[in-house]
Design a protein around this ligand. Structure first.
Ligand code: SF4
Ligand code: SF4
Length: 257
């Protein structure tokens, strides 16, 4: 059985109806490369579909050996609550690893806040991860070339070269980088490069029960996710920084930073 057929047949058991087989077919890099040598990975987040369950955060931590209880994470989900009088509350306890199960908003040192339902005008969740920027500020500042972009558009860190100076952590305008508490190098989302380079999906996209996260080959105009990015109203985070993020969002509110 060819790997492609295997992926198709196992998808039904592993992911049920949540992942379409057509989405998995397009993730075979060998075949995509053969018909389109300019593979360029991108990502789509649909905030309208996210319910803040945190399954993606858990899956990422487990897949990528990020200490489960440490206060660091490669991806996280923010909650935004807006009120009639124009207040905007945002929280993200433990990166939303355990999901949002309470209406109480975590205001850190100020304690927990309960906003009455009748005062809420809008509430939504925003998953965040590395934007795998086309012009990444993190790569520009690394003094030893330990952080770099791959030909297919993923920004990675070579742990054997990283000296832990922290310049990239300071330079990233999206705050996605952190010091790995065990290996003591800079760390961040790799877009599960070890998986997507072998025909798989990212752990977060695979784990999301609602299809709020999707991987795309932006150079393949037949890719169903790329089609959405090209034809629907999508936005990126902080375009004013000029980093050209390649993580696109549906339903991005102007209050999201
Ligand atoms: S989001 Fe930050 S860490 Fe990721 S590529 Fe862009 S600048 Fe670098
Ligand atoms: S798994 Fe999906 S729905 Fe749940 S928090 Fe993550 S993106 Fe949102």
């Amino acid at each position: 059985m060819k790997r492609r057929d295997f992926i198709k047949s196992t998808a039904v058991f592993v992911s049920g109806a949540a992942v379409s087989t057509s989405a998995l077919v397009m993730l075979d890099p060998q075949e995509v490369l053969a018909e389109n040598p300019e593979l360029r990975w991108g990502f789509l987040v649909d905030t309208l579909k996210c319910v803040g369950c945190g399954m993606c955060v858990k899956a990422c931590k487990l897949e990528n050996d990020i200490p489960y209880d440490a206060n660091v994470t490669r991806t996280w989900v923010e909650r935004y609550v807006m009120t009639r009088d124009g207040e905007v509350f945002k929280d993200c306890p433990k990166g939303a690893r355990d999901g949002y199960t309470s209406k109480l908003i975590d205001e850190n040192a100020s304690g927990m806040k309960l906003v009455s339902d009748k005062d809420i005008t809008q509430a939504f969740f925003v998953p965040k991860l590395c934007n795998h920027c086309e012009l990444p500020a993190c790569v520009q500042v690394c003094p030893v070339g330990a952080t770099y972009g791959t030909k297919d558009g993923v920004v990675l860190i070579d742990r054997t070269w990283c000296i832990g100076c922290g310049y990239c952590i300071m330079a990233c305008p999206y705050g996605v980088r952190f010091f790995h508490p065990v290996v003591h190098t800079a760390d961040k989302c790799t877009l599960c490069y070890h998986r997507i380079s072998n025909g798989g999906n990212t752990a977060c996209a695979q784990a999301c029960p609602f299809g709020a996260r999707k991987l795309a080959n932006l150079r393949d105009h037949k890719d169903p996710v790329t089609k959405i990015i090209m034809t629907q109203r999508v936005g990126v985070l902080r375009p004013e920084y000029g980093t050209k993020p390649q993580c696109y969002y549906i339903g991005l509110n102007e209050e999201v930073r």
